[in-house]
Design a protein around this ligand. Structure first.
Ligand SMILES: NC(=O)c1ccc[n+]([C@@H]2O[C@H](COP(=O)([O-])OP(=O)(O)OC[C@H]3O[C@@H](n4cnc5c(N)ncnc54)[C@H](O)[C@@H]3O)[C@@H](O)[C@H]2O)c1
Ligand SMILES: O=C(O)C[C@H](O)C(=O)O
Length: 427
């Protein structure tokens, strides 16, 4: 063993995944020439000072004359990493780097992974607020519930750039898209589906709210956490779970996941726990199981197929991958293109519709959502999100194609909507 580097266990060293992760998965590259004195004078001093002064005078220019307009922070505290739980900020970095490269690959968005050494709500809010000027958006990642709800809400209020907790909304958007397509394929009325959600954390709460907003009846939704079914009479409920108890399970069903699943058409697993086969036997026949925990689904897909007509997981190595990668690159692409101040409910719904729409004419039981590699997804989501931002009045730029004009002009215009004073200054 050397003094300076840690020797990896030989069994791990033989694993190709470690080889791929050596030195991480990303780097920063330069986009301007830097080979002559003239280059240096333009890119660095003295030229750069003129740009600094212009931005100091007109801060809106930063989005055009620095990389911030196309750059987001991917911020975690390492408290709910995949289904691995609270493994801390250093161990979270491989996932955050992974998110960052997915942002680049699918959305052409620069993303900087940031792993914070604090799990204190006020500490996280203060740091991310202070980082705001360096970014065009903030993607919160793998921060556990219930802290994630307050962190997102307060940052959304404090910053004039989009703040999006991916594990809540990215997941809920993709689940909504998948469930709509699954219902269509099974010839079931979406609004009549009886749904059980296992996991009442970031993903579970957002999925519940999104499905109810999209038309599933609260009476037909049951949410379970590690203590079993959430119902209004359950002692010790607090915060979000009180709200969940009010908005779901009107009949007040009690018990565990087995009791919850009696007669259910849909099981959505976002708990990281495991669900026994005996619990699945009471499900209505021909239903839907989305076992989304990563890396180990709550129900192994082979078993899920015994009890459901449509099965999905969060993994890349099974069909029907329900993963927020279908959402976040396009959502931020669209939000940055529109230079949106925030991400609205309308933008989220538009993203779900766009994802579902990509495969609407080619639905199969093993293809209810597009593949994560489908090049149509991110552009479709981005366009829908940018349009929704404009509709919802949060866009600072109009990105929609202008109506055809007799004279030649740019085919896709970026038109300033309500020009902040800053943009009137010349540069
Ligand atoms: N596929 C995807 O796109 C996707 C997206 C988000 C989350 N997830 C998965 O969902 C899981 C939860 O993620 P999160 O961000 O919501 O985490 P979280 O820590 O915020 O929430 C986890 C919740 O699960 C509950 N729980 C734990 N064990 C349980 C059990 N045995 N039965 C029922 N509930 C149980 C906890 O009480 C908590 O409410 C993880 O496994 C994650 O990998 C998948
Ligand atoms: O991180 C992902 O892409 C998956 C999801 O957010 C998860 O927590 O499992």
């Amino acid at each position: 063993m050397s003094f300076f580097s840690f020797e990896l266990d030989p069994a791990l060293a033989a694993d190709p995944v470690f080889d791929l992760h050596k030195q991480g998965k990303m780097e920063i590259s330069c986009t301007v020439p830097l080979s002559s004195r003239d280059d240096l004078s333009l890119a660095y001093t003295p030229g750069v000072a003129r740009v600094c002064e212009a931005i100091a005078e007109s801060p809106e220019l930063a989005a055009d004359y620095t990389w911030t307009g196309n750059t987001v922070a991917v911020v975690t505290d390492g408290s709910a990493v995949l289904g691995l739980g609270n493994i801390g900020p250093k161990a979270a970095m491989p996932v955050m780097e992974g998110k960052a490269v997915l942002f680049k690959q699918f959305g052409d968005v620069n993303a900087v992974p940031i792993c914070l050494d604090t799990q204190d709500v006020e500490g996280i809010i203060a740091v991310v607020k202070a980082l705001g000027p360096s970014f065009g958006g903030i993607n919160l990642e793998d921060i556990s519930a219930p802290r994630c709800f307050e962190i997102e809400r307060r940052l959304d209020e404090a910053l004039d750039i989009p703040v999006f907790h991916d594990d809540q909304h990215g997941t809920a958007i993709v689940v909504l898209a998948a469930l709509r397509n699954a219902a269509t394929l099974l010839n079931r009325r979406f609004a009549d589906l009886r749904v059980v959600i296992s996991g009442a954390g970031a993903a579970g709460v957002a999925i519940t709210n999104t499905l109810i907003t999209a038309g599933i009846q609260g009476a037909n939704v049951i949410v379970c956490d590690s203590q079993g079914i959430i119902h209004a009479e359950r002692p010790g409920l607090s915060g979000t779970k009180i709200t969940l108890a009010r908005s779901t399970n009107y009949s007040g069903r009690t018990g565990g996941i087995k009791e919850a699943l009696i007669g259910a058409d849909v099981l959505i697993g976002v708990s990281g726990g495991q669900i026994e086969e005996s619990a699945l036997t009471g499900m209505a026949p021909g239903g839907i199981i989305f076992a989304l925990a990563n890396p180990t689904p709550e129900v192994p897909p082979a078993l899920a197929h015994k009890y459901a007509a449509i099965v999905a997981t969060g993994r890349s190595d099974f069909p029907n991958q329900i993963n927020n990668v279908l959402a976040f690159p396009g959502i931020f692409r669209g939000a940055l293109d529109a230079r949106a101040t925030r991400i609205t409910e309308g933008m989220k719904v538009a993203a779900a519709e766009a994802i579902a729409g990509v495969v609407a004419d080619e639905l199969r039981a093993d293809a209810i959502v597009p593949s994560a590699l489908d090049p149509r997804v991110a552009p479709a989501v981005a366009a829908a999100v940018a349009r929704a931002a404009e509709r919802d009045g949060v866009a600072r730029l109009a990105t929609a194609p202008p109506p055809p004009a007799p004279s030649a002009g740019p085919s896709v215009a970026s038109t300033l909507i309500s020009p902040p004073e800053a943009v009137t200054s010349s540069l």
